[in-house]
Design a protein around this ligand. Sequence first.
Ligand code: NAP
Length: 481
Amino acid sequence: MTYCNLVAGEWVQGATAGLNRNPSDPNDVIGEYAQASVDQLDAAIAAARAAFPAWSTGGIQARSDALDRIGTEILARREELGALLAREEGKTRPEAIGEVTRAGHIFRFFAGECLRLSGELLPSVRPGVGVEITREPVGVVALITPWNFPIAIPAWKIAPALAWGNCVVLKPADLTPASAWALAEIIHRCGLPAGVFNLVMGRGSVIGDAFVTHPGIDAVSFTGSTDVGHRIAVQCAERGKKVQLEMGGKNPQVVLDDADLPQAVELCVQSAFFSTGQRCTAASRLIVTEGIHDRFVEAMAQRMAGLRVGDALHADTHIGPAASEAQLRQDLDYVEGARTEGAVLVAGGGAADCHTNSGKRGFFVAPTLLTETTPSMRINREEVFGPVASVIRVRDYEQALAVANDTPFGLSSGIATTSLRHARHFQRHSQAGMVMVNLPTAGVDYHVPFGGRKGSSYGPREQGRYAQEFFTSVKTAYVQG
Ligand code: NAP
């Protein structure tokens, strides 16, 4: 059986199909998933356009009910969907169940939000005239998502898009179509009119340009790498399309002399290594003041020795595999490059020796800690996207802040300190969209804005009610009489 694309309310075969493999055990094939041609993409966009007039002006109760049904089913099936997600992406089962739970909560949150869309009523400067400011749907939106959160990111784009009356064409990452397909199947059964939601699986390199530049697409919401994001931004700007980009990170975690050491170690381990470091909000630069540096490194090495790398579905696994062989190679290349530049390897540094049920080796990377690194090294400039963290030794808080901000990215940042003065100063002066005080850089709520600054993000924020900025368009009406 091939898992099909969803176009105009029908399941349709793709032009080709690809095998989805388990990164913990590449002999384990999860399924064969359709890959669309450009013609099929055209059909999906046409279906969304045809559905838009009725959907965008229809009742909000129907929208709210549909979103609520989707969220409720996701939450009821969180164990099963979490196991599927862990099997295809490689985060551990508890992490995957957490991601699925987040997706369910997001749909339920937006089931409420679509009833709360408000406007403004103002007097005009002209007597007898009223001014009404309202928000309307944008139209047909293209949603393009990465492999590292294969259900939560589609959820946090689809739910607000539908809540505010847009029609959707979703293209998930080619590496992890199973979670997106399972979500599409739930959406298909929740009572939306045909064409309101369409799933087009397929390769970005084959259908990406046609998708983004299609005249039937009004707006593009993208999460993924910086290079692809920049390309999409140019394509959208040239055509006057609304665009929203969430891209990479090189997130700093500052540890000051006055930090609670066990707490600092715990949040650094969580930030850097959990979910195999494959989170855009993962901390990869640990910026540590010199009074605590040696004790911190020793405690980190000790804590890391207790981390078990293994099959994402095994109960005793702390860190699952890299999502693909290419990602594994990328992780190890960065470590090798850092050592060549003078970094000292304290822990990890290679493929982890874990064999799977089938005897074939999964894409396991040992959690890796590098010390004696400097801000200019490549390991501290570019996103690795694996369980690899480097320590940068600094003199004091002022230097820590300067190093934390010395990056082209600005997604998330964290500080471990017991000083209220430093915590507040960092909160104000860190050049990141999200700042964490005595908390891991990764791990955010679903009902508040998410996004970064500088090279990490472009356009309006995602999530919470701030998602309105992207998924609605403001209209100002002047009314006399
Ligand atoms: P990616 O390679 O940029 O892919 C992202 C999506 O774009 C995939 O669906 C991909 O399709 C598609 N794509 C590729 N080329 C395209 C093109 N020319 N036109 C249109 N779409 C195209 O990123 P990834 O490797 O999946 O994800 C990892 C990256 O995502 C990391 O940099 C991470 O930091 C970032 N990320 C950011 C956030 C955030 O909120 N800031 C959250 C999660 C992840 P294919 O899969 O078929 O290539």
